[in-house]
Design a protein around this ligand. Structure first.
Ligand code: F58
Length: 838
């Protein structure tokens, strides 16, 4: 019993730890229970699993906040350069498990949660992943944020807080159906809204020119719409360091003045409509990959997040006491493809119109600030904006771009006297029936560095899409081969393999992936090979039971798991994989007792909703699956599974279970690929073409540990220019497979269903499936033979992992830091932000 005003008697046997920061098991349990009650408003008997997830997420966020606040504070205090990563997409994947790994408290939290009668995996599975990206480009941005923090590099990521991320995919009757992604439905415990960090962004209207009393020219942009961007911050913690960088995503809202106006102008409907228009800007992620559509809203999105981000950077720079003309000393800005390339014109506008610098100074600042990464060679993916559309939204930027172009073309004319062609090909404006603005050209002229994302890609850039730019500015060009974070893609997603590796070589590889080399000496150790294959089998059993539970398909964990997961696209050639399946099926039908290596074909991936052929490719996979999986003659020797809703969460279960990684794009089309790296790091062998980073993976793991097939990029060019004819290859098993598809063999005798797909192959075949088919089949036969010798396979698998050290995103980021950004690590020392509780 205690009297009203005094504290309860202190029990000296209990050490009191701060419930917001303490890491002992009793403290963690108490903190979770507290958050359950005080944040979720629930008590244990009525709490759902999601309530517990939220309570745990807040408990973990509390334990990150000190690091986060100190990191931000130390960047403001210091004078070192900060990397600003500008990306329209971040495909982060769920935070909880990753934060537990990076804090180094996974096991103790697991125990605390267990003592509360809960299962940590189940709670982790409750998290809705922020799917704020389409595929490789968005996922790369997420891996880079992880590595920047782990390497203790001062950095901030800027992007858009889409209310609806990439759609959820369901498969109905074998077809893809898109469902809106309501990832914010239950709230997002990882973000903090910063209502005081807002900027206004103008859109539309016209520009007025004036001369002030001092005789200076000035421009006044009179917009017809003003939107407000509000910052939402998410901490990105490094692995076992104090650094917690910020991912700042912008949400669009109507400006404060809106409510006031709505009541005073007669047009209430019109005013509310304007609010809707403002809010629409950050509403939805465009779900296209490798295809642009030139939609007005997308241009608004790009400009919106770029303008907010640059205004924020300038404000931070000034807050650090910098002068605006020294902006580039505080920030170096990396453009993740051309989606943020309007930055070049926007920074010029801010410096000229808002900060009143002269053109030369502003241009000098701008070109010392930006660096540009290209991610594609596909012509249909190069961004261009229709000039009239552009002018109607960004009239002032059009003027600035014209002036940049005028000065730039003067330079070109001096470099290449009399060469009209050069002026045409380098101009920022594409002339012709429809005039448009070439965003890659804007990025190139405004950046001091330009890079591709794999050696081959960077070479091809210089020979094709950016050829003239390379001729003009060779010193700007370099290669930065992509990488992936081993924290998410090994430690978090494959704990069994992590434990086995660590038992042999310690855990240094998690931060220094080259240490995987240490595994090489165990590749000939029979006992280790067995342990290795036991781990793989256990992981495959997990996936098999998930497939059975979710789809009712029984798969044999001992069979070869042959996996292709990525966006569905003709250039990635999922249909080439299908042709192999049909070929195997036909062999079995012809020789029912044929001794083949049992295989499970696993597919996953989303098709852009408006990309009809890609959707038809999904239907083809599911249709072939239906026939093959139910044919008694096959006797379970081949199975085909399409995993619905491929996303980061699901992929974490798929990569570790793969034996064979399908990287079969037409050579010269895949800029890099990063899935190829995740597979190989988890012990899958690759069947692949000499495309993107496959080339470098093969160099590293050794050609004897890689299944190579297909034409080279050079051979593709030669074949195309000599007149490619798919009919030259249309015979034997290929003809049989194609004829079955077009006769309706896989579609209940409906011969019309796949006609569009078949015709595109027979009469065009842009991606040379037919030319590569025979080489692919022959290579797949070699794969099957290799898999019969499990011991040999184990050795190849071990050597793959041991030699993949190069493909850590830590290595990529170090190269960006040294060659482009010129920044060094700034270790963060924790200190008390409010001493004496002030
Ligand atoms: C991908 N691009 C490349 N774009 O295809 C892949 O080879 C590379 O590994 C990866 O970038 C990272 O460098 C990609 O994912 C998109 O998703 C864009 C989304 C917006 C529209 C244009 C494509």
């Amino acid at each position: 019993k205690t009297s009203n005003n005094s504290l309860p008697p202190n029990n000296n046997n209990v050490t009191v730890e701060d419930d917001r920061t303490g890491l002992s098991i009793p403290t963690l349990k108490r903190a979770i229970a507290d958050n359950l009650f005080y944040i979720q408003g629930k008590f244990p008997t009525i709490a759902t699993e999601n309530d517990y997830y939220m309570a745990l997420a807040y408990t973990i966020r509390d334990r990150m906040l000190q690091r986060w606040a100190v990191t931000v504070d130390s960047y403001l205090q210091s004078k070192t350069r900060v990397v600003s990563y500008l990306s329209a997409e971040y495909l982060l994947g769920p935070h909880l498990g990753n934060n537990l790994i990076n804090l180094g408290i996974y096991d103790r939290v697991k125990q605390a949660v267990e003592e509360l009668g809960l299962d940590l995996e189940h709670l982790i599975a409750q998290e809705e992943e922020p799917g704020l990206g389409n595929g490789g480009l968005g996922r790369l941005a997420a891996c880079y944020m992880d590595s920047l923090a782990t390497l203790e590099i001062p950095a901030i990521g800027y992007g858009i807080r889409y209310e609806f991320g990439i759609f959820d995919q369901e498969i109905r009757d074998g077809w893809q159906v898109e469902i809106t992604d309501q990832w914010l439905r239950y709230g997002n415990p990882w973000e903090i809204r910063r209502p005081e960090v807002t900027y206004e962004v103008k859109l539309g209207g016209h520009v007025e020119h004036y001369t002030d009393s001092h005789g200076h020219y000035g421009s006044n942009w009179v917009p017809d719409l003003v939107v407000k961007g509000v910052a939402y911050d998410t901490p990105i913690l490094g692995y076992q360091v104090n650094t917690a960088n910020t991912l700042r995503l912008w949400k669009s809202e109507a400006p404060e003045s809106f409510d006031f106006q709505a009541f005073n102008v007669g047009d209430y409907y019109g005013a509310v409509n304007e609010k809707v228009i403002c809010e629409n800007i950050s509403k939805i992620l465009y779900p296209n990959d490798e295809q642009i559509q030139g939609k007005e809203l997308r241009l608004r999105q790009q400009y919106f997040f770029v303008s907010c981000s640059l205004q924020d950077m300038i404000a931070l720079h000034l807050r650090r006491g910098g002068k605006v003309e020294n902006f580039y000393e505080t920030f170096v800005v990396q453009l993740n493809d051309t989606h943020p390339a309007i930055s070049v014109a926007e920074l010029m506008r801010l410096l000229l119109d808002e900060h009143e610098l002269d053109w030369e100074t502003a241009w000098d600042v701008t070109t010392r600030t930006f660096a540009y990464t290209n991610h594609t060679l596909l012509p249909e993916a190069l961004e261009k904006w229709n000039l009239d559309l552009f002018a109607s939204i960004l009239p002032r930027h059009l003027e600035i771009i014209y002036e940049i172009n005028r000065r730039f073309l003067d330079e070109v004319a001096i470099r290449f006297p009399g060469d009209e062609g050069k002026l045409w090909s380098l101009s920022l404006i594409e002339e012709g029936e429809e005039k448009s603005i070439r965003m890659a050209h804007l990025a190139c002229v405004g950046s001091f560095a330009i890079n591709g994302v794999a050696q081959l890609h960077s070479e091809l850039l210089k020979e094709t899409v950016l050829k003239d730019w390379y001729e003009l500015y060779p010193e700007k060009f370099s290669n930065k081969t992509n990488g992936v974070t081993p924290r998410r893609w090994m430690v978090l997603s494959n704990p069994r393999l992590t434990e086995l590796i660590t038992s042999k070589i310690g855990d240094g590889w998690i931060k220094n992936l080259e240490e995987l080399k240490g595994l090489e000496k165990f590749a000939d150790d029979g006992a280790f090979r067995k342990q290795w294959m036991d781990v793989k089998l256990a992981v495959k059993k997990d996936l098999a039971s998930q497939v059975e539970q979710q789809q009712g398909i029984k798969i044999n964990p001992e069979s070869l798991f042959d996996v292709q997961v990525k966006r569905i696209h003709e250039y990635k050639r999922q249909h080439l994989n299908v042709l192999h399946i049909i070929t195997l099926y036909n062999r079995l039908k012809q020789h029912p007792d044929l001794d083949i290596v049992p295989r499970t074909f696993i597919f996953g991936g989303k098709a852009a909703p408006s990309y009809h052929v890609a959707k038809l490719m999904i239907k083809l996979i599911t249709s072939v699956a239906e026939v093959v999986n139910h044919d008694p003659d096959v006797r379970d020797r081949i199975k085909v599974v399409f995993m619905p809703d491929y996303n980061v969460t699901n992929s974490q279960k798929i990569y570790p279970a793969a034996d064979l990684s399908e990287q079969i794009s037409l050579a010269g089309k895949e800029a890099s690929g990063t899935g190829n790296m995740k597979f190989s790091l988890n012990g899958a062998l690759t069947i692949g073409t000499l495309d993107g980073a496959n080339v470098e993976i093969r160099e590293c793991v050794g050609e004897e540990n890689f299944f190579l097939f297909g034409l080279t990029a050079q051979e593709v060019e030669q074949l195309k220019s000599s007149g490619y004819n798919p009919w030259d290859y249309y015979h034997d098993s290929l003809k049989q497979a194609i004829d079955q598809i077009s006769s309706g063999f896989f579609s209940h005798r409906d011969g019309s269903l796949f006609q569009r797909l078949v015709n595109s192959l027979l009469y065009d075949d842009r991606y040379l499936l037919f030319a590569d088919y025979h080489s692919y089949i022959e290579c797949q036969d070699r794969v099957a033979e290799a898999y019969r010798d499990k011991d040999k396979w184990a050795k190849m698998s071990i050597l793959n992992v041991a030699r993949m050290g190069k493909f850590s995103s830590d290595r990529s980021i170090k190269e960006y830091c040294e060659d482009i950004w010129k920044v060094k690590p700034v270790p963060v020392e924790l200190y008390d932000l409010c001493p004496d509780g002030e």
